[in-house]
Structure formats: structure tokens, C-alpha cells
Design a protein around this ligand. Sequence first.
Ligand code: FE2
Length: 361
Amino acid sequence: MSTDSLFNSIDSIEFYVGSAKQWAYFHEKALGFRVVGYSGPETGIRDRISYLMEQGEVRMIFTGFLSRTSEISRHVELHGDGVKDVAIDVNNLEDTLSFIKENGIAKSGNAKKIKGENGSLARAELSTFGETVHSLRDYSEWDSNLPPGFTEIESPENNLGVKKVDHVVGNVEENKMDPWVNYYVKGLGFNQLMSFDDKDISTKYSALKSKVVEYGGRKIIFPINEPALGLKKSQIQEYLDYYETSGVQHIALATDNIIETVRKMRNNGIRFLETPGTYYDELDERVGRIDEDLDVLKKLNILVDRDDDGYLLQIFTQPIGDRPTFFYEVIQRKGATSFGKGNFKALFESIEREQEKRGNL
Ligand code: FE2
């Protein structure tokens, strides 16, 4: 069995939130997603409400609770709104589970078959950092776009140009980055792509370390961050304090036209991190010639970085929920296949300015 064909792609990302309806409304009105499925008491699911939303290939599920004794209620009380499940579509669940078990590093539950009108969906749960899980889903005997328990919702196309998930970033505790990289590389057959140490990613005050793992020719990319010692509190530590454990820090949404996507999101009220005007003064020197108009990028606060293969444009939102934990990135790759060091620093300086406003730096 070849280890590079166990996992296909990110299937969907499920959040546990205080109000699924509000999260769905926000993603519809501000971020260009549309509701395609609903699950709740009306569909025979008694303890929760879920909205399945789509944009391009991106699928998000927002799940809220109907009772204070529910597991979702406990999760939201402890962590705030956040990502519970980064679900992965697998070719053959049995092969994947036997690979994981033979390795003995990653921990997975047993395969369960959920039967419904549309066939049978095989799934198993794999735990990862904090309380986050990867549910592994094998759709080979399932004949529907909707997961079991969901009913179809008709809603108009609402796209802002988001095509797919580029990467999903995890924040883990100090000295836990390497064990988690090992978990993905040795335990699940991922490859390590690159690493940044605290010398690469430090500002005057705080620092962090980051390593990136990928699967299947970058079909799945998971960067993993840990806090590092600085003069003041690392922003990764601020995340860990508010989330009360490790968890997903951000999801990067890929677009083919970041200027249009960001312009529309801004018009819809999405707030992005601010970049000082001086960032653009040295941009020419740092990244060389690019297709986009620098003044437009500056006006929209879009960052640019370069690697050996090309360049990329990216921008980060303010936290989406109440706690300063989860946020989105919007990214457009123009040749670049990895991440540049320059923007890492610019991002951390912007987060630091926000952190200082919250009195946590
Ligand atoms: Fe990112």
C-alpha cells in the first residue's frame, strides 16, 4: 500500500459555536458562503443545530447546541467558538486505519458505518492537538453531497471568489510542536515542508516557532506553531490562554483574485489586520516585480511575499468570535508554493498591536 494515497483532501471543517444560525448568517452575508444543508430536530437530530455552507470547494459546518448538558455546550463554554473537526476525505478507510494502527503513533477510533437513504458512509475519528479531531470519511459507498442527517437547503450563489482551503494552522503548547510534527509525519505519512525558528519569527517583544507539514503534493497543508520566549507574552500563548488548550488558529482561504475578494469582504464589513504604510516602502526591493498595483494593495492592506517559485498575496482578518483566537486568512498564490518569512513577521507585528490593545502583551 502506498502511503501517499491514504488521504485525499480536506473534506469540511466543523466549528462548535454559541449560535450556529448567527455564524451561518455572518458567513453568508460577509464572507460569500451559501447554506447548502441543515441538520437539527426537523431532520431527526435532537441535540444540535448544524448549517453546512459552501463556497468553491470549501465546506464549513457550524454546529450549536440545544441543551446545556450537550458536549457542544461544554466545548463552547471552555474554548469559546472554535474549530472542532478538520475532516479529511480518505480513499479507503480500512487501509488508512491499518496504516495508522501499524505505526502506533496517531490514535484513531474504530470505523463506523452510518447508514442512510444515500448508502453508507464509513467514518472514524482521529484525535489531534487539544480537543481538535480529524474525522476520516470514506464516501465510496455514499451517494450524496450532504453528510448523513442533513437536508438540502436551496440558496442563491453568493460567491466572493474563495476557491478552496489553502492551509489550516494549529497553535500548540511550548515544546509540543515537534511531537505534533512527528505525529503527522511518522504517524500519518505527511511530509515536513519547512520550518521557521524564533530567529525568523520574532518581533521586538514576542516570538514563535513554526513547522509546516503537507500531504499529497500540498493538497493538505497544516502549519503548526508554538510560542517561544520573548520579552513579552507570545501571541501564540495569548491564543492558548483564551482557548484554554491547543487548537486551530486560522484557516487560509484561497482565491484567484485577492483584490476583488478582499474588496468585497471589506464592503461587507469584514475587518482585517492593519499593516503600517512603511511595509509597502521596501516591498519593491523585497519581492521584485509583481502584476498588481502597489497602491491598490496598500489601500487594501494586502501583504506580498516571495519564495523561490513565485510570489503570494495574503491578508488576515481580525478574530471572528469574541475571544482573540480563531481568524481567517485570504491568500492568492502566484507561483509561490510555500510561505515567505517576511510576511510572518508583518503578521506577528500586526497581531501584536491588537494584543497590546487587549492588555495582553
Ligand atoms: Fe496562514
